[in-house]
Design a protein around this ligand. Structure first.
Ligand code: G1P
Length: 296
């Protein structure tokens, strides 16, 4: 991989059944953590990593995501008229001017690997990032001492090492069947050479408790490998299986323990934790939250 990371893919075609009934009409990526939808945190992280082309893999029920990043003429002119400059900047700032959003559809829910493959015509043959917006990773972006976003850390490593990079984190051993799991040889405190990867193994079969979380930097070659990937765990075309094939072919894919805290906002407990964490970062909200927790 010799080019910098310009394109990031967001697979957002999932049904969000864990948040029904809200997700009957609201895309799960539009659920807010305080005042920002999950997808905005993901987009901010991609832009921080240098991306200027964002590819949303969506389905026919997810118009809200395209609407959210579109220009809101009526709202913007009302805010302008009323001199609400701060609010106007917020509304206009969902997507920076130099960044474009491209929407491709995933006609059938055939798995994460298939969703990523749908982005092939837009990405072409260059390294690209994948962000699963359910996994919100915070590294001080909101307050003082802002750190690099997880994807930027990974893009830098991918470029320096000329290799694919997958974000990982230790999880309880009993949870291995919820994640892609890697077996890896440590290189330093944060990175390791992956030996083997497997999607959602039972705890008894898992090679470790080092789990893939929703960030990837991959070479364009992955698309050809995805085309050859047959359904795996859960009967779905798994990205993990294509990365395992990449590993066999290229011999080098890195697992990276990112700097930051990850919130699994694909479930209620994670969304509550993320919301409380973000509220505690906000000097105006923190005292209220602390006092209320005391009362509870
Ligand atoms: C997907 C991936 C899995 C990864 C997880 C991280 O699974 O297939 O390898 O560990 O995201 O959130 P999903 O959560 O879509 O079932």
């Amino acid at each position: 991989m010799s080019k910098p990371l310009r394109k990031v893919v967001f697979p957002v075609a999932g049904l969000g059944t864990r948040f029904l009934p809200a997700t009957k009409v609201v895309a799960k990526e539009m659920l807010p953590v305080l005042d920002k939808p999950l997808i905005q945190y993901a987009v901010d992280e991609a832009v921080d990593a240098g991306a200027d082309t964002l590819i949303f893999v969506t389905n026919r029920y997810k118009h809200a995501i395209a609407d959210y990043f579109d220009k809101a003429y009526e709202l913007e002119s009302k805010l302008q008229e009323k001199g609400k400059a701060e609010l106007l900047a917020l509304v206009q700032g969902t997507l920076p001017r130099h960044v474009r959003a491209i929407f491709v559809t995933q006609p059938e829910a055939l798995g994460l690997g298939h969703a990523v493959l749908c982005a092939k015509p837009v990405v072409g043959d260059e390294p690209f990032g994948v962000i699963l917006p359910d996994d919100l990773i915070w590294n001080g972006q909101m307050g003082a001492g802002a750190g690099k976003g997880a994807l930027r850390q990974m893009a830098e490593l991918a470029d320096a090492q000329q290799a694919g990079v997958i974000a990982v984190e230790e999880v309880p051993h009993s949870d291995t069947d919820k994640y892609g799991i890697v077996d890896a040889t440590p290189v330093d405190d944060r990175s390791a050479l992956i030996r083997y990867m497997v999607e959602k193994p039972k705890p008894a079969d898992a090679p470790s408790n080092l789990a893939v979380v929703g960030r990837y930097v991959l070479p364009g070659r992955i698309f050809q490998l995805l085309e050859q990937t047959t359904p795996g765990a859960g009967g779905e075309i798994q990205l993990t299986d294509a990365i395992e094939a990449l590993l066999k072919e290229q011999g080098k894919v890195l697992a990276y323990r990112f700097e930051g805290i990850r919130f699994d906002c694909g479930n209620k407990a994670g969304l509550v934790r993320a919301t409380m964490h973000m509220a505690m970062q906000d000097p105006k909200l923190a005292p209220t939250v602390r006092a209320f927790l005391g009362q509870l």
